[in-house]
Design a protein around this ligand. Sequence first.
Ligand code: NAP
Length: 418
Amino acid sequence: METMQKGFSSLRCGLIGEHLGHSFSAPIHALLADYSYEICELAPHEVGDFVKNSRLDAFNVTIPYKETVLPYLDTISPEAKRIGSVNTVVRRANGQIDGYNTDYFGFDAMLTASGIPVQGKKTVVLGTGGASKTVQTVLSDRGVGELVVVGRTSENNYENLYLHYDADLIVNTTPVGMYPKNGQTPIDLSHFRNCKGVLDLIYNPAKTALLLKAEELGISAMNGLYMLVAQAVKAFEFFTGESAKAGVIETITKRIASRTRNIILIGMPGCGKSTVGKILAEQLDRSFLDADEEFFAMHGITPADAIKTLGEDCFREMEHEVLYELGKKSGTVIATGGGAVTRSFNYEPLHQNGTIIYLRRDLSKLSKKDRPLSQSTSPEELYNKRKVFYEAFADLTIDSTEIPEQTAARMLAALEMV
Ligand code: NAP
């Protein structure tokens, strides 16, 4: 996608923080505008001098420097003052250095986009750090009902959380469940009998264990990507002094979500998952990961030998370890083993960051090469056992044709990636 707003190529922007290897900010700003956006990892003692004298015209600030920058600013916007931290700094032509907190606008936009009502609603905010303060400020401005902030060592903590099982809304501002510690959750959502909405500020994985639980319970839920993009769009407005075009937040959020989502292929042994997967990966310029090859790399034994020597149950446990690691990745194409769907514990690792596509193929056309279980059991028997699992796991079903390129093209069309 082309940069959405042009005419700012002379502007020098960027991001400061301590460890910025996994930051999504550069790709978001690259989609947003044609200014340069430099990633600057700084040591604590370098921050003051950077704010005062850097060559950048404007920059974002992330962990752990959102408070560190405060003493070096000439003005601090009202919302940043109330929150006590700044994440956007602009150096004016006259040398004045202004600070803002665009996370405030980001979370406010996320609330609006989620459609989850806040006014008068009892809300539990998990975590007491910087993001929690922003969330609390927005919620108060929105006329939230009782606001309960839960911290591990606070008056409201995880030991007495049962006092608040009647909350309407839950906002997670802790990093629990964030990559690479996928699968962890700060609370057991099933206790919250009145809960109508869950907002998780984490955006990697796309669905944390908390959001997966909300989905399972039929509770409205949203991850933090929209907030991240919305705060960047607000930063763009402060950087450039111009208003963003309508719909920019939605377009970029969709684009980043699609770029980071894994495409996961399931289907009968021999249905063409690897062949089609490799074509998709090449066309999208993504890595292709074959679960059978990853199995060998992790366990030092092929799936066929593991089934033969250790039995299917043991093999499935080992396969789960592989899928747990693969499912944490972003923006890859993954071909799974034909029987991965027979274990429900594989669903969440694959679903958290991926669109699961069932590649359906006429049984008479299945390849029999290197298929340990399909050699001892007829394809019909295997299919009758597994059909229900393929359908339960699948977000999309695509029929596999004789020409894998055509199958890949129909997948891309179904994923709206053409
Ligand atoms: P922070 O200042 O370090 O605060 C995180 C808070 O979470 C801590 O104060 C702590 O509260 C709690 N916490 C930490 N580890 C925990 C654990 N193992 N179990 C339970 N609670 C734990 O970080 P932050 O800047 O507020 O960011 C928090 C999260 O929000 C991160 O995941 C970050 O990526 C995300 N975030 C997202 C956006 C966005 O645009 N989507 C913006 C800002 C932040 P207690 O010690 O009181 O329990």
